[in-house]
Write a protein that binds this ligand. Structure first.
Ligand SMILES: [Zn+2]
Length: 98
């Protein structure tokens, strides 16, 4: 992920550990298919669970990787909406606006 916006110089990581909460959101996203797809399938087919375990591993590994950047963007967008940036969060050495 880029450190700051190339256009206005806004620092994306607004404070130390800023994106730590995105791990929780990523975990929740990875859990959704397990809760709503894998668990019901395992309940309906209790004697043939290998497919459900394989799908569960696939979702648990692939979804957080696919959603990583998007979750960070979502987190930043919500935070900027709730807590608009102040002047000190912009890099003074950023290139001028076009
Ligand atoms: Zn910008």
């Amino acid at each position: 992920m880029l450190e700051r916006c190339a256009h206005c110089g806004f620092h994306f990581e607004r404070e130390v550990g800023y994106f730590t909460n995105t791990a929780v959101i990523n975990y929740a996203i990875a859990s959704l298919p397990i809760i709503f797809i894998i668990a019901p399938l395992a309940y309906l087919r209790p004697h043939a669970i290998a497919l459900e375990i394989g799908l569960g591993f696939l979702f648990a590994i692939a979804l957080p990787l696919l959603c990583f950047r998007h979750v960070r963007s979502l987190w930043l967008a919500i935070d900027v909406l709730v807590r608009p940036p102040v002047a000190v969060e912009f890099d003074a050495g950023a290139p001028p606006e076009r």
